[in-house]
Design a protein around this ligand. Structure first.
Ligand code: GCU
Length: 464
């Protein structure tokens, strides 16, 4: 008996060592792959600089509070700019006073600026996507029976067969629904084996606590209302790095060649995938395609607001900690800067042209700013979410995101809707949800989790 116990312990130790060794080699493989991606991204970034005739860029500040070049977090230094571009003044200087002028004249001007300088142009004639249900299962999510469909949207790649593009989407709707249901689509993270989340940006979902019964996840909160949820995996059709710009849907259209300065970046490509998901939802009787919302966090928070701006069929947006490149005012000198996103670690999200604003141009030269991205969503509802700087850090610039929503107000009002209701940054956990632009800063970290209940109350007004 004693001997058996002894052997069991040895066996357990051996297995643990084997697991640790395997984890070690997975981690090593991941880091090696990362190093190659970084090298290739830097090379692609350099060729884009050449196309732009740029020889040097201003470096962005550090996100590390202990670094000497840590980003500015002093509010008194945050607004070196004196004015922002006016969403309601046409390029010819005329004021926009009617909804018709907004739709026919001003909005197209703003879209053109975002296309050319910020997110890039979507190519014409993208080949067709064919959706296929790979599996359909009835399962339980907590107490709720759901029907889950695993879907793949295959892009016709006959023009360049060496690049294969499959959009991966999962849809779950209540199994007992008697009619088509509203659906929240979330941009889903998918990490390669060996990946470790940096401590400061740990993304969590739901509001797990020490309580005996775990709080319902965001999916369960949706199911409790009789709504469904979908998860769209952006990196299934466009990799999240510069090296991947010659792959995925961008690479397929460019036949494996590098981008031109106004070609679309990863964010705009991810949004294209969300539009194709919408095409699918319009064919699925379980989904009320008039009530589909989009949610995302961090880089996918950026994707969520760009989706709302560019895809008119999306009915509501829940934009989590989108920061620079999302709803944060580019001109604000607080937390992450244009220069950071223009570097080889972030430029792939944007059009190549965006890099110009990190040298020789400055953020002040941008023809548009983030409040106009929110304005492009009008009159549809947008919920802007942030965590607490104490937990999430100052990098995302909660106030900068608040202002992105606040300064979009005049366009909402012109279209007969309500703005944020204040220009004053509210205290922590104050929900500004009476208008069609909403804002709330929760006291947690880099997650949308704690804001789901508030968002859902806001969404009720539109979906119920
Ligand atoms: C970095 C980056 C952000 C981005 C975030 C993310 O922090 O600087 O702009 O939003 O990563 O995880 O998506």
């Amino acid at each position: 008996m004693e001997k058996t116990g002894y052997f069991l312990i040895i066996y357990a130790l051996m297995s643990l060592t084997a697991v640790a060794q395997e984890q070690d080699s997975t981690r090593r493989a991941f880091l090696a792959a990362q190093a190659i991606i970084q090298k290739e991204s830097a090379a692609d970034h350099a060729q884009m600089l050449e196309q732009l005739h740029i020889t040097s860029l201003r470096p962005g500040p550090s996100g590390n509070p202990d670094a000497p070049n840590y980003a500015n977090i002093d509010e008194s230094q945050a607004t070196p700019y004196t004015s922002l571009p006016d969403p309601l003044t046409l390029k010819n200087g005329k004021k926009v006073t009617t909804a018709k002028q907004w739709w026919n004249e001003r909005r197209p001007e703003i879209v053109e600026d975002f296309d050319r300088e910020i997110y890039g142009r979507v190519p014409k004639n993208i080949p067709k996507v064919t959706w296929k249900i790979i599996s359909e299962t009835r399962e339980m999510n907590g107490d709720f029976p759901v029907i889950t469909k695993n879907l793949v949207g295959h892009v016709d790649n006959s023009s360049y067969p060496s690049i294969n593009v499959d959009i991966e989407l999962i849809l779950s709707t209540p199994a007992n629904a008697t009619s088509a249901v509203p659906v929240m689509m979330s941009y889903g993270f998918r990490f390669p084996p060996g990946f470790r989340m940096p401590a400061s940006t740990t993304a969590t979902s739901g509001t797990a606590t020490q309580a005996t019964k775990p709080e319902p996840t965001w999916q369960q909160q949706l199911l409790a209302k009789g709504w469904g949820y979908a998860i769209l995996y952006p990196t299934s059709y466009q990799p999240d790095n510069g090296a991947g710009l010659t792959k995925g849907i961008i690479g397929l259209i460019n036949k494996g060649q590098p981008r031109k300065p106004d070609d679309w970046g990863a964010l705009r490509a991810w949004v294209w995938g969300a539009s194709r998901a919408m095409d699918y939802f319009e064919t699925d009787k379980a989904v009320n395609a008039k009530k589909v919302g989009i949610e995302g966090l961090s880089r996918y928070g950026k994707a969520a607001i760009v989706t709302m701006a560019y895809e008119p069929r999306i009915a509501i947006a829940f934009v989590g900690s989108s920061g620079e490149g999302g709803v944060k005012i580019h001109r604000r000198k607080f937390g992450e800067q244009v220069e950071n996103i223009a570097s080889s670690g972030g430029y792939h999200w944007m059009a190549g042209n965006f890099i110009k604003y990190a040298g020789p141009l400055t953020p002040n030269d941008l023809p548009v700013d983030a409040h106009e991205l929110v304005a492009l969503c009008a009159p549809r509802p947008v919920f802007i979410s942030s965590g607490s700087p104490k937990v999430e850090g100052y990098w995302v610039d909660a106030k900068g995101m608040f202002l992105g929503g606040a300064y979009a107000g005049p366009v909402y009002k012109l279209l007969g809707k309500k703005d944020l209701g204040t220009m004053e940054f509210p205290p922590m956990e104050t929900a500004l949800v009476d208008g069609d632009i909403a804002f709330r800063q929760h006291s947690g970290g880099h997650t949308t989790g704690p804001n789901w209940p508030t968002f859902l109350k806001f969404a009720d007004r539109y979906f119920n």
